[in-house]
Design a protein around this ligand. Structure first.
Ligand SMILES: [Zn+2]
Length: 342
């Protein structure tokens, strides 16, 4: 099959479109003919190399996969060749206390497609049966591929971790990013008031179209001052962080008393400055969040299929142009997801 493979860590130039052997599904697995695979920041980190995380080369990236069932490794109830599906992005052992209590994303054997197991930058990928989610006919493959990872992440951050409630003020940094566009919509679905930031007027306009109540340009405006103005000096109850070094200090300052900050990433750098007096005197809560469980994805999916959560596809490119897609993502000019079609 054709696949985009990396043989070493590095820049977008290490992505190579080439022939590799077809994968074979084992018992309890399916073989998926990939039709679309969305990019995530995790792809850039895996490509560039993460400290302490060794991957086996050659490696195929791609966390978010939609396609058709091509073959089964063993008979599986309710799954048949030809079925249109998307894949839950994380696999786990299915037997440990974490998996059995529904916290499969905390399983010690948790593996994300394209990170620690082969991903979707390929014509075919193998997946365990529990990762298969049938798609209704009206949902296209690019939209289906654009949904799972970022909405799963945003859902866990807002619903499970921060326990968002109606009328709370939620600040979403970088609403044009995948997690940002998902978080705006999930917060609105739960009745919150959303203040979204972005770096261009066009992105601010798109954030409004997704439901953001207020928008702030984080390149030209003082975000903390704007948050204070928009909340009568109160600050926001919840902050959705994934930017890291560039925004962390301002996030702490923008929180209301008893505010909750949830972070799922640090795209601009891993070190954030926290003035501890704010942490204790305002009784803040700082929370980490990482992916989400299969059950959380199943909670979010009906809203997606009903059109209440929209996976915004910024661009689709053929698989062979994965390098250009990575360059596009690094340039940060997109709003929503960049998707490879296979
Ligand atoms: Zn497990």
């Amino acid at each position: 099959m054709k696949a985009v493979v990396i043989h070493e860590h590095g820049g977008p130039e290490v992505l190579r479109y080439e022939d590799v052997p077809d994968p074979t599904p084992g018992p309890g697995e399916v073989l998926v003919r990939v039709r679309a695979c969305a990019l995530n920041h995790l792809d850039l980190w895996t490509r560039g190399g993460l400290p302490g995380r060794k991957i086996a080369f050659p490696h195929i990236l791609g966390n978010d996969i939609a396609g058709e069932i091509a073959a089964l490794g063993s008979p599986l109830e309710g799954i048949a060749p030809g079925q249109r599906v998307m894949l839950s992005p994380g696999t786990s052992c299915g037997r440990c206390p974490m998996c059995l209590s529904g916290e499969d994303n905390s399983c010690r054997q948790y593996r994300i497609f394209g990170a620690l197991r082969p991903g979707g930058y390929a014509e075919y990928v193998c997946a365990p049966a529990p990762n298969v989610l049938p798609l209704p006919d009206h949902v296209g493959f690019p939209e289906a591929a654009a949904f799972p990872l970022v909405f799963l992440t945003a859902w866990r951050m807002l619903v499970t971790r921060a326990r968002v409630r109606p009328r709370e003020d939620v600040l979403v940094w970088a609403a044009g990013s995948g997690v940002g566009m998902a978080a705006v919509q999930v917060a609105k679905a739960f009745g919150a008031r959303v203040i979204a930031t972005a770096g261009t007027d066009a992105k601010l306009e798109q954030a409004r179209r997704l439901g953001a109540d207020e928008v702030v340009n984080h390149r030209t405006a003082d975000v903390v001052a704007e948050v204070r103005r928009l909340t009568d000096k109160k600050g926001v109850e919840i902050i959705i962080e994934h930017v890291g070094e560039a925004t962390w200090e301002r996030s702490i300052l923008a929180l209301a008393h008893r505010g909750r900050l949830v972070t799922c990433g640090a795209t601009t750098g891993p070190r954030g400055v926290t003035e501890l007096r704010h942490l204790f005197s305002k009784q803040l809560t700082l929370m980490g969040s990482y992916m989400g469980s299969k059950a959380e994805l199943l909670e979010a999916v009906p809203l997606f299929f009903a059109g209440k959560l929209r996976a915004v596809v910024y661009a689709t490119l053929p698989l062979a142009e994965a390098r250009r897609a990575h360059e596009m993502m690094e340039a940060s000019e997109h709003f929503g997801k960049i998707v490879l079609e296979v």
